[in-house]
Write a protein that binds this ligand. Structure first.
Ligand code: UT7
Length: 329
């Protein structure tokens, strides 16, 4: 059997500062009841003023490296799925390369919004299939709190900060049939206007004195809702077909955590019982590219997801982007 891309370790982290729904309702016209009913979110983490993306991302990477038994100096690539790295340039991948001391690694960032971690896993998987000895750190982490319009309650209550990282390499004989079984990514740029941040690019440059709100998340939640369900369910079907498996073969689904209702509908559409779905949106909100590694890491460390089990990770986000990774942990 050709080597697969095995996840040797996973780690996650989020800023310590907890912001509850009641805290949000002190800043805007909203309520704990509305947020819980419509989204399932009870609280989220938000980095304090002066803190930055790498402050919580570096410890997540170190946890993943420790579980993997891999030193930062051994990494060949760092692929950071994020839109909110410390600076516009250098990329988040390069910043992590410096801070982790990953001397020989090439670092880069994948701007796939919420889909950044699944995009990163897919890219790493393709690299490793060509060169099984590579060691790659894939990161999905976001500091969305700095991109929130505090006057737009329909988006402000949804997001939070956090994320995680995984270390991958080619499978060795002792790994058996563990590893990534299938991974697919997609995009539809024609629907960009449903979820976007206009400012900071060349169309609305950061230095043109334009409305600061240009740098915040703009979303048409209702329309996104339906497309998210269809796209994630479709991506699940694709990767299962690629791997020659069915929904019954899946032990756990670790979906993108944007809204509990979306998660429930994807599970229903796909015929997966909710007992098999890992959910932590109630504690973190939507951390964009951070949701899947954050939920996956928690479930691995508390013993729910066990070595050898089959895990399905569907995702959806701005771009529009979507996809799914199917792996045997
Ligand atoms: O991560 C990637 C992609 N993102 C998503 O997948 C998000 C997808 N969308 C959603 O999760 C949901 O559409 C939302 C949670 C954003 C909104 O839920 P909804 O059930 O679609 O609500 P709505 O936008 O239709 O708004 C219903 C009502 C409106 O009031 P009226 O017009 O009915 O009087 C809103 O003004 O709820 C009002 N509303 C709020 N009320 C209290 C909107 N936001 C809030 C709020 N607090 N925070």
């Amino acid at each position: 059997m050709a080597p697969r891309s095995v996840l040797l370790g996973i780690g996650s982290n989020a800023p310590a500062n907890i912001v509850t729904n009641d805290d949000m309702s002190k800043r805007m016209d909203t309520s704990d009841e509305w947020i819980v009913q419509r989204t399932g979110i009870k609280e989220r983490r938000m980095g304090l003023a002066g803190s930055k993306w790498s402050d919580f991302v570096v410890p997540a990477c170190e946890k993943a490296l420790e579980m993997a038994g891999v030193k930062a100096e051994e990494l060949d690539y760092i692929i950071a799925g994020t839109l909110t790295a410390d600076m516009y340039m250098p990329s988040g991948g390069c910043t992590l390369q410096m801070l982790l001391g990953a001397k020989k690694a090439a670092g880069f960032t994948v701007a796939a919004a919420c889909s950044g971690f699944v995009y990163g896993l897919t890219i790493a998987d393709r690299f490793i299939r060509c060169e099984p000895n590579l060691k790659i750190l894939v990161v999905g982490a976001e500091m969305v709190s700095q991109r929130i319009d505090w006057e737009e309650r329909s988006t402000a209550v949804l997001f939070g900060d956090g994320g995680g990282a995984a270390v991958l390499t080619g499978s060795r004989p002792e790994d058996g049939d563990r590893g990534i079984l299938a991974s697919r990514i997609h995009s539809d740029g024609t629907k960009w206007g449903l979820l976007y941040i206009p400012g900071g690019g060349t169309e609305h440059p950061a230095y043109d004195g334009s409305d600061p709100k240009a740098h915040t998340v703009h979303m048409r939640g209702n329309e996104i809702f339906k497309i998210a369900i269809k796209s994630m369910a479709g991506a699940c079907e694709e990767v299962l077909a690629d791997a020659g498996l069915s929904g019954n073969d899946v032990d756990w689904v670790v979906p993108h955590q944007a809204n509990i209702r979306i998660i429930e509908m994807v599970a229903k559409e796909f015929g997966i019982p909710m007992e098999k779905v890992i959910i932590n949106v109630q504690r973190y909100g939507n951390t964009s590219a951070g949701t899947i590694p954050l939920a996956f890491d928690e479930a691995v460390r508390d013993g729910r997801i066990k070595r050898g089990q089959t895990v399905l990770m569907p995702v959806f986000g701005g771009g529009l982007t979507w996809g799914a990774t199917l792996l045997r942990w």
